[in-house]
Write a new protein. Structure first.
Length: 375
């Protein structure tokens, strides 16, 4: 059955979603307070805050933004206002890809039909999914353009993961990974690197097959790292760990928008991406973050992720100038030089050996005052 693509029009408009921890202000543990927080939110704020699978998680989301600067302004305001209402409930918000020590078995499921169905279907796989991501939507003109963006953004997904890596701790231990979150999420069906679709019809055929088989209700049950979102006319990047500070979150948003713009504006190969290579490079990114090295079969070379990032930023600068986000794009270099979220979390832990101090570090970094300074 054809999937209608609702093109938004008006260029590469943006939307950003951030999944955040709700933690007890005293113990630092994840706490099931989403219902209490949602019940207190002013009406004008409710449409920008959503439930997630667990009651200790909330999502903030921008409206459609014309540019990266507008997305930054909205996220800063949302972080600030929602933080205030969480504080009124005795909780704090923290941002990272995983919580350092809270146990997944202690988390309560949100009582919504979709979430009940996910748990009933996936059981232990879904019960472990106490993870937090940043999603970036970029509008594209039509379905075929969505597939072009899908393939080219998937090629860059390992680098985007390396830059965003912010989940070294899980269940009270250092996993040895820079992004533990993606390894947990890969146990979901229809997760991880997406199929390499040659055209929109191939995507439609895949969805038809999965629906007919009873695997899913619609394409929104495709939880890939990159996916077309036909209902709202975007390509959606889903591989990013949630960022603690607003500054890296916005830098990664600008990078995503620029990759999509280049894919659709430059004369480049528009065929499927090399999924097998991307999966290998993604493994390296999840394990080593910015210390990874990525292989390129075209050049038959293995290049440090930091050099790949620097080169990509330089290549994308003309597009960032056209989109009005050059300064935000250049902030990617701050991640390269200053460290990823995972590296900063480990530094916080090494100073005291106490995971509670890591949570305090995350709470402090998520607060809008610090986010504003970093912007």
């Amino acid at each position: 059955m054809p999937i209608e693509f609702n093109a938004a029009g008006g260029g590469y408009t943006l939307g950003v979603e951030e999944e955040l921890h709700i933690v007890d202000a005293t113990t630092g543990e994840l706490v099931s307070k989403i219902e209490e927080i949602m019940s207190r939110l002013p009406e004008d704020l409710c449409e920008f805050v959503s439930y997630e699978l667990f009651q200790s998680v909330l999502e903030i989301k921008t409206s459609v933004c014309q540019n990266v600067g507008e997305a930054e302004k909205q996220l800063r305001e949302l972080r600030g206002r929602v933080n205030s209402w969480a504080a009124a409930c005795g909780a704090s918000l923290a941002a990272a890809g995983t919580h350092p020590f809270s146990r997944y078995k202690d988390q309560k499921i949100t009582d919504h039909e979709r979430y009940r169905k996910v748990i009933e279907t996936l059981r232990w796989v879904a019960q472990r999914e106490v993870i937090f991501g940043q999603h970036v939507h970029v509008a594209v003109p039509g379905p075929e353009e969505a597939i072009i963006a899908h393939n080219r953004l998937s090629e860059q997904a390992p680098l985007l993961l390396a830059l965003s890596a912010n989940s070294p701790f899980w269940q009270g231990m250092d996993t040895g990974f820079e992004s533990t979150r993606v390894k947990i999420f890969e146990t979901f069906p229809r997760a991880g690197m997406p199929p390499a679709f040659p055209d929109w019809e191939s995507f439609e055929n895949y969805v038809d097959m999965m629906v007919e088989s009873g695997a899913m209700d619609d394409y929104t049950y495709c939880w890939w790292d990159v996916r077309p979102h036909a209902k709202i006319g975007t390509i959606e990047l889903r591989i990013l760990d949630t960022q603690t500070g607003l500054r890296p979150a916005i830098a990664l948003t600008a990078l995503t928008q620029c990759i999509v713009a280049r894919a659709l504006e430059e004369v480049r190969p528009h065929g499927p991406y090399d999924r097998e290579l991307a999966m290998e490079n993604k493994w390296r990114a999840s394990r080593h973050g910015m210390d990874a090295a990525f292989y390129s079969p075209r050049d038959k070379t293995t290049t440090p992720a930091r050099d790949v990032a620097r080169d990509l930023v330089e290549q994308l600068r003309p597009h960032s100038q056209d989109l009005g986000c050059e300064n935000e794009l250049l902030e990617v270099l701050e991640i390269v030089e200053g460290g990823t979220g995972a590296q900063l979390q480990r530094q916080a832990y090494e100073e005291s050996g106490d995971f509670l101090d890591v949570v305090a570090f995350l709470i402090e970094g998520t607060r809008p005052a610090l986010a504003e300074e970093q912007s």
